[in-house]
Design a protein around this ligand. Structure first.
Ligand code: C5P
Length: 252
């Protein structure tokens, strides 16, 4: 696996590069490259501008989380994963609901492909239950477990299938850490400052300090940086919180 684990608090901050087009993305990359550890590229940006945005980030020696949440038959996801390895991304993700075989074939294909290329494997994360789904949504699509039960079930399944970690909402960090062990990578979105709460669609939020203290390895932050009057100052504040969260975790 790519050795992306680092004790540098800045490396634990992933900026959600939720930009609509190339120019906007580029201006954020130029502004924040010295202030965040990684850029997360989602479906909107990747679909509109394609792989060149990854090259731009790599030229600035920053890391890339390709957040495309692959979910398909095992062969298709494994081939898409090899394409992600070829793009030299540091993290990418799949839906755990694609099943153990899909995750296992993906992890194996990634290791083999990275080996052939002589590069480190990217971290493969599993998405458990989308935070937009509640218990009645799950019932509607035929799942009888609650969201909490299904998150834990899928996280354990992903762990057993050899996936490196999960994307986990703030409220699931502690339970996943305790069920899947200290080496399982936990990446947490839904980060909001307790001092200046942002009113938007994130419902279950924690501060970066709380998320890191609870056991997250990385925090994903978008709007609290993008909408801040001074985005660089916002990054610095979050990095300070990560530093305090790490110290608090070590002292307990
Ligand atoms: O702007 P904000 O800080 O809410 O951005 C969070 C990022 O993390 C967005 O790119 C969002 O799509 C992503 N995300 C999330 N919740 C999840 C999974 C991903 O907010 N459960």
């Amino acid at each position: 696996m790519k050795s992306i684990s680092s004790n540098n608090p800045k490396d634990k901050l992933i900026f959600a590069l939720d930009a609509a087009g190339y120019e906007e993305a580029l201006s954020w990359i130029d502004l924040l490259s010295g202030h965040v550890g990684m850029f997360k590229i989602g479906k909107e940006l990747f679909t509109s501008v394609g792989p060149k945005i990854i090259e731009i980030i790599k030229q600035r020696e920053r890391r890339v989380f390709l957040d495309l949440k692959f979910h398909d038959i095992p062969n298709t996801v494994a081939r898409a994963a090899e394409a992600a390895v070829a793009l030299n991304v540091d993290i990418f993700n799949v839906h755990a609901a694609g099943g153990s075989r899909m995750m296992r074939e993906t992890v194996d294909a990634v290791a083999a492909c990275a080996g052939r290329r002589g590069i480190k494997s990217p971290v493969v994360l599993a998405v458990t239950v989308l935070t937009s789904l509640n218990n009645s949504d799950l019932l509607e699509i035929g799942f009888e477990k609650t969201t909490d039960e299904l998150v834990m079930h899928l996280a354990k399944m992903a762990h057993l299938a050899g996936v490196t970690g999960v994307v986990a909402s703030p409220r699931d960090i502690a339970a996943i850490r305790s069920a899947c062990g200290k080496d399982f990578v936990i990446v947490t979105p839904g980060i909001r400052s307790t001092d200046e709460p942002v009113k938007d669609d994130q419902k279950r939020t924690l501060s970066a300090f709380e998320a890191i203290r609870a056991g997250a390895d990385y925090v994903v932050v978008g709007r609290p940086i993008r909408n801040a009057p001074d985005p660089i100052a916002a990054c610095c504040r979050i990095i300070d919180e990560i530093t305090s969260g790490l110290a608090s975790r070590e002292s307990t």
